[in-house]
Design a protein around this ligand. Structure first.
Ligand code: AMP
Ligand code: MG
Length: 416
């Protein structure tokens, strides 16, 4: 059954090809504006009125006719005031000013607003303008930001904080977004015990389910934790079948060459189509990518870092695609390698590394790490140093690439 390893590139291409099949067909739902944050927009949002809807004062000050204050200081008669939320019927005539607040409509006849800081008040009915004012100063003309009917947001973007302001301005109390995929997480292994349990000889705590849970959440999915499966066919059959009810099933462990690695035989039994089962990479070689009907299935190698890396490279793009996002990579950054790296596997390596901002450039330092089981070493990383398969050695000072899975602040936790 062991087929040849794919390169990382061809394995990813295969996953992306499958993602292509669902473009434009992703499920949508309508949610309240307050529920839409971080969801992926599935409609074009049009503005229903001009923004601003009236010539708007951008300052607290006085509306005036600029020709009256060309030779400042100049004195004007103050004939009233306009507050935000009001509309004044009075038109300004020559020699007149009107007190105006930020956000209030500029009265007819006024051609600028002088800010209050550049005025003084000799008496109640008078205002003295201390500096000349240019036509249009401190006035946002009607429709100068956007016009009624303009498309202000396009589908396919994750709704950010500023998107929320745009949606609110456009009157979108309800927003059409993509559905979040439900992602079942199934840890397998006779040796696994629950977090609450003190492991006995030969046992370890299940940690993969928890890192995967976080990865699924961060990728926009709804994680669904299944009970750990034991390394026997009936238990695996039952739990994998259960996991296939979700949009995506992530199985960790049980996919390498051991006698009790039974996940693939169970896939076969259930009619799950395996597209690849080995990728020439480190960590994460025995990664399985499969589909069943319209469900997506990943067999992730059991070692914690292998599971982590395989998720980021192969499962994350699928979760994105299911939400109507481009199935893009993690951001790739370039920076200066801080120490020599020797890679003997001959495979593409993705080594946990700390990416931090140096003086005007990024610095990439591999963390001290004892292999794909060692989460304790890897926990100091925020990126994965990419060692291409042809490069047996990278040298300190050379420019290298890393995938960023946490932002730069994580490289220096005191910043958080
Ligand atoms: P496997 O792929 O099942 O052969 O597992 C490879 C290694 O990963 C073994 O040392 C397992 O004990 C370990 N492992 C498997 N599943 C988990 C898990 N959920 N959490 C932590 N370690 C695991
Ligand atoms: Mg196992």
């Amino acid at each position: 059954m062991a087929s040849a390893s794919l390169t990382v590139q061809s394995a990813r291409d295969l996953v992306l090809q499958h993602c292509q099949r669902i473009v434009g067909k992703q499920a949508v739902e309508t949610v309240a504006l307050l529920e839409s944050f971080q969801r992926v927009l599935a409609e074009t949002v049009f503005l229903d009125y001009d923004q601003p809807p009236f010539a708007r004062s951008m300052r607290d000050g006085f509306a005036l006719r600029t020709e009256d204050v060309q030779s400042a200081p100049a004195q004007l008669r103050c004939v009233g005031e306009v507050r935000a939320g009001e509309m004044t019927e009075t038109a300004l005539r020559s020699g007149e000013a009107m007190q105006i607040m930020t956000g209030a409509p500029v009265p007819e006849g006024a051609s600028a607003v002088v800010m209050v800081e550049n005025t003084d008040r000799p008496s109640d009915g008078l205002v003295r303008v201390l500096k000349p004012v240019k036509v249009g100063e401190n006035i946002a003309p009607k429709g100068s930001e956007r016009r009624a009917g303009d498309a202000v947001l396009r589908p396919g973007r994750r709704i950010s904080t500023l998107d929320a302001a745009v949606l609110a301005s456009a009157g979108k109390a309800k927003v059409l977004v993509h559905r979040r995929p439900v992602v079942a997480i199934l840890a397998t292994g006779d040796e696994l015990v629950a977090v609450e349990t003190v492991p006995r000889a030969g046992q370890i705590r299940n940690s993969n389910s928890f890192s995967l849970y976080g990865q699924v959440l961060k990728s926009g999915g709804i994680p669904l934790m299944l009970d750990t499966a034991r390394d026997n066919l009936p238990d695996l059959l039952r739990k994998i079948r259960q996991g296939l009810e979700a949009d995506v099933l992530l199985v960790s462990g049980g996919v390498s060459m051991g006698k009790y690695d039974l996940v693939e035989p169970v896939f076969e039994e259930l009619g799950v189509t395996v597209h690849f089962e080995s990728v020439s990479m480190r960590p994460g070689k025995p990664t399985v990518f499969a589909t069943w009907k319209d469900r997506w299935v990943f067999g992730l190698p059991g070692n914690p870092l292998s599971t982590f890396v395989a998720f980021e490279l192969f499962a994350r793009p699928v979760l994105r695609a299911l939400q109507g996002l481009p199935a893009a990579d993690l951001p790739v950054v370039r920076g200066l390698l801080q120490e020599d790296v020797v890679e003997r596997s001959g495979r593409s390596a993705f080594l946990p590394a700390r990416v931090s901002s140096g003086s005007g450039t990024l610095e990439i330092s591999p963390v001290s790490w004892k292999g794909s089981a060692d989460v304790f070493g890897a926990v100091e990383s925020n990126g994965l140093l990419i060692v291409p398969s042809q490069a047996a050695r990278l040298t300190k000072g050379e420019t290298v690439e890393a995938l960023l899975f946490e932002d730069l602040a994580y490289a220096n936790r005191v910043l958080l």
